[in-house]
Design a protein around this ligand. Structure first.
Ligand SMILES: *Cc1c(COP(=O)(O)O)cnc(C)c1O
Length: 419
């Protein structure tokens, strides 16, 4: 399998080659040359890691990592991925049971497992822009991996205290830089560094760990495939999925899973007040807006880069509208959804998941899977006052939060973060 640039102006590459190159040389994003067709019935009752191997194999066919795939998948996907049935023919897909308590663990752990096997003699410098959660997942996945260094760029003052802790408490091969700017600025800096040949010392490769990397995106196909198969098997109906969205990485996973033949009726993209995507689906014109800060900060993206991959799947806007709708949810609606959560659903939602739940509450038609992208304990300062109770912190997250703060860029020493 080869991967092509969305801009069609650079050489096709194998999966491993795209990992080391991140962005295509024409500035586009890599997409698969074709989508093999699966019969979802072959997946009924299969464990997560086995399903992942089966789905990802064709994409790694002919690649140097292909024989390592079983080991990569069993190392990366070693935590539960429950599909929890709620009321009103609605299920929630909990993607927050990995080490950093957000769905980014799937991509980060897969990418990390892949890179360990790729040419150990070259030093890899991972660059990652984060609006909150990616950096934490990448740090946890790459901490103490030999020959790999990680630099995390995050927008200063725009991540939650617990998110910041997850970015800055590592040290050793992982360092975090607070950028005076927003996520789009961080992302721009990473993209520039990736393309600037002068930036690199000899013998070092820069590798992106953002969702421009196929290593982050491809594994995100798997949970849509397994969850929708499970839903169909149990309920005899094809579910739609509602995805909290910022940079459209997670959403591309859903659209690719649909394209591979898995039973997905429709995809709803739920954004926060950054409404670029909803405006695009309404008007047909892609018009990025400046980023606005919201309660769902990991989705504060005004110019979602994966739109190139979404557009590459569809000939025109009316085809896209058949499969995809979008809804922008403001902070007031997020707050209301969180405070109603225990009463209506018996659940505590994180602010990101709340956008998708809000979208579900707006629909009259049945059979939806709502994607829960983070554990609410990561955003306790927002959620706890709204629900009037304390949220229990999952064990893996508690371990990270118990680490001493510090581990900032060189020369700043260790210091306590008070925010
Ligand atoms: C990153 C993130 C999102 C948005 O994911 P994209 O792939 O950027 O669309 C949503 N929710 C949480 C909790 C996140 O960390």
């Amino acid at each position: 399998m080869l991967f092509f640039s969305t801009r069609g102006n650079s050489e096709p590459k194998t999966f491993s080659e795209t990992l080391l190159q991140s962005l295509a040389s024409d500035g586009g994003l890599y997409i698969p040359e074709s989508f093999p067709q699966f019969d979802f019935r072959d997946f009924q009752g299969l464990g997560y890691s086995s399903a992942a191997i089966k789905i990802l194999s064709p994409f790694l066919e002919g690649d140097q990592l292909s024989k390592e795939l079983p080991q990569i998948c069993s190392t990366a996907f070693n935590f539960p991925v429950p599909l929890v049935e709620l009321r009103d023919s609605t299920s929630v897909l909990e993607l927050f049971h990995g080490p950093s308590a957000a769905f980014k663990d799937f991509g980060a752990r897969f990418l990390s497992s892949c890179l360990r096997f790729l040419d150990p003699t070259v030093e890899k410098q991972i660059l990652v822009a984060t609006s909150g959660d990616t950096g934490g997942a990448v740090a946890a996945a790459f901490f103490e991996v030999p020959n790999i260094k990680v630099k995390i760029l995050f927008p200063k003052g725009r991540v939650s205290a617990r998110q910041e802790k997850q970015l800055t408490s590592w040290g050793k091969n992982v360092s975090a830089l607070a950028v005076q700017g927003d996520f789009d600025d961080c992302q721009k800096m990473v993209k520039q560094a990736l393309q600037d040949k002068k930036c690199k010392a000899p013998g070092v490769v820069f590798v992106s760990a953002n969702s421009i990397s196929l290593g982050r995106l491809l594994p995100q196909v798997v949970y849509y495939a397994t969850a929708c198969t499970e839903y169909f098997t149990k309920n005899g109906a094809v579910p739609g999925v509602i995805v909290p969205t910022g940079n459209l990485g997670n959403a591309v996973g859903a659209l690719w899973a649909k394209k591979l033949g898995f039973p997905i009726r429709h995809v709803i993209l739920a954004t926060n007040a950054n409404r670029t995507i909803e405006d695009f689906l309404t008007s047909g014109n892609w018009q990025p807006h400046p980023t606005v800060a919201t309660l769902a900060n990991a989705m504060d993206v005004g110019n979602p880069s994966n739109i190139e991959r979404v557009r590459a799947l569809y000939l025109n806007i009316s085809d896209l509208r058949k499969d995809v709708s979008a809804i922008s949810v403001n902070d007031e609606e997020i707050r209301q959804t969180i405070s109603d959560g225990p009463k209506i659903w018996g659940q505590i939602w994180c602010p990101h998941t709340a956008t998708a739940i809000f979208a579900r509450q707006k629909r009259k038609d049945p059979n939806w899977i709502v994607v829960a992208t983070a554990h609410p304990a990561k955003f306790e300062t927002i959620v706890e006052p709204l629900i009037g109770q304390e949220i229990e912190v999952p064990k893996a997250l508690a371990e990270i939060l118990a680490r001493p703060s510090g581990g900032w860029g060189r020369g700043r020493g260790r210091r306590q973060m008070h925010r």
